[in-house]
Design a protein. Structure first.
Length: 195
């Protein structure tokens, strides 16, 4: 899930940026420091949206840089168990598919790609035996997060599934929705006919 987070930090502005207005210099430093930053508490920092407060600059003896107590807002992505995500298949291997969800990737084991016996083709396609469904690189899919691991904070791992109803490639989801709407309409027609 995406969050808007307020952060306060002492920002070091190097002398090379002294020619810029203070706001621009601080925004530049904060973006370089925080974009892509991964933390167990905030998840993956996507972008800094706003500098809300800048304190008075301080120069520490022996360091030519200026330090500012700064408050700012950033957008972060923190994956949560059972969350539904939409992403694009980045790669397919013999053991599953990797899906990009923006700032990080998740892995869908081959057994979790569809409710069918799945085989891996040499052309990087996962195919269902009975359903004849296929999954290729660049397909847009909806999946559910079933495992989140921040064991290695610099490289979080996400486990996903697409075996549940209304998950999988987006056109599969549309077909399921049409089937569920279509299956309820004959009952309505029967009730109307009895009246």
């Amino acid at each position: 899930m995406f969050y808007k987070i307020k952060v306060r930090d002492h920002i070091r502005v190097p002398p090379a940026l002294f020619d810029l207005p203070v706001n621009e210099a601080i925004l530049d430093v904060v973006n370089k420091k925080y974009e892509g930053f991964i933390s167990l508490d905030i998840g993956v920092a996507v972008t800094v949206t706003n500098i809300t407060e800048i304190g008075e600059g301080i120069i520490i003896p022996g360091d030519g840089a200026s330090y500012y107590d700064t408050a700012f807002e950033l957008i972060s992505f923190k994956p949560e168990q059972q969350e539904l995500i939409t992403g694009k298949i980045r790669d397919i291997t013999d053991f599953g598919a990797f899906i990009t969800m923006g700032p990080i990737d998740g892995m869908i084991h081959i057994s979790q790609t569809m409710n069918d016996f799945v085989s891996f083709g040499k052309d990087k396609v996962l195919s269902g035996k009975e359903s004849k469904k296929s999954l290729k690189v660049n397909d847009l899919c909806r999946a559910r997060i079933i495992a989140v691991s921040f064991k290695d904070v610099s490289n979080p791992k996400l486990g996903l599934t697409m075996r549940q109803p209304y998950l999988g490639r987006l056109d599969w989801v549309e077909e399921e929705v049409k089937k569920s709407k279509g299956s309820s309409s004959p009952k309505k027609k029967e009730k109307e006919a009895k009246k």
